[in-house]
Design a protein around this ligand. Sequence first.
Ligand SMILES: Nc1nc2c(ncn2[C@@H]2O[C@H](COP(=O)(O)OP(=O)(O)O)[C@@H](O)[C@H]2O)c(=O)[nH]1
Ligand SMILES: [Mg+2]
Length: 318
Amino acid sequence: MFSFFKKKIEEFVNKFSKKVEEKVKKIEEKIKYIEIKDEDIKDFLEELEINLIESDCNYSVTQKIINDIRKNLIGKKIERKNVKKEILKLIEKSLEEILSYGELKDFEKSLEEIEKKPILILFFGFNGSGKTTTIAKIAKRLSKKYRVLMVAADTFRSAAIEQLEEWGKRLNIEVFKKSYGVDPAAVIYEAKQYAIKNNFDILLADTAGRSHTNKNLMDELSKIVRVNNPDIKILVLDSLTGNDIVNQFDFFNKIAKIDYVIFTKIDVNEKGGNILSILYEFKVPIAYLGVGQNENDLEKFEKEKFIKKFLEFNSESS
Ligand SMILES: Nc1nc2c(ncn2[C@@H]2O[C@H](COP(=O)(O)OP(=O)(O)O)[C@@H](O)[C@H]2O)c(=O)[nH]1
Ligand SMILES: [Mg+2]
């Protein structure tokens, strides 16, 4: 009895509750997801921009990171609870792209690939950037595998030769030297002859600190390169240098085409943005990072490690 009516009622109730469910689902989705609009991230991006600049990132690399995030975030539907994670992922991706230039060429592997001996490696950079200390660290590391000769071609600054000799004694690595005032191009030239005669595999040539504003010293560098045609040219940069670092690189690169860069004093640097600037502007591989004043304080550059450190600094300062 009345079964027809009962069925109709049932059908109606089912239909109605399904509709309600669908409506609830739609509302839930609206609450759960957010479609990112320009105005949602404007403040955040402005803050991030200031953060990057304060971390020593130059204008171009800052804009690249900001644009990467904007491009990938606007119009995207993201679960609300994942917004922070998504943004961090985008920053990471952007950093990874920039930092991958630092890993373009492995320094120690490229040594293995050079067949001629001895290999001449020339180091140059500003005064106090860490050239001499870094050469000693590298000499120690490479001497496990090669016969290494350090060349005291900083004949300009007083005590520069003695500083290298002291490292030589401490690490038991031979140093080739002449007296102060001798043309560094000639010192390196003679060191090469000496290395050939005495079967050295690698020459690490230390040079005087120079600034790109000093024409005489830059001409001298140009002559060193012309006369000796180094197999590898390495610019040593103090990572504590501010935004001028891009200029420094640019000037040196025009005189002696840079194959690798080394950033020193990473142990006392909390920022790291200028490393991003150099890599983004010049796409140059990093041979090593200097992480202290002792002979073992030398590390290979690893982008993952850097990203982790960089994001830590950025979130701390925000
Ligand atoms: N904390 C720290 N100090 C460094 C590092 N590399 C070099 N130094 C210091 O920086 C100063 C200048 O180094 P030096 O090798 O003489 O620089 P150069 O003038 O370029 O040859 C010295 O006191 C070094 O001990 C590094 O990676 N970390
Ligand atoms: Mg020196």
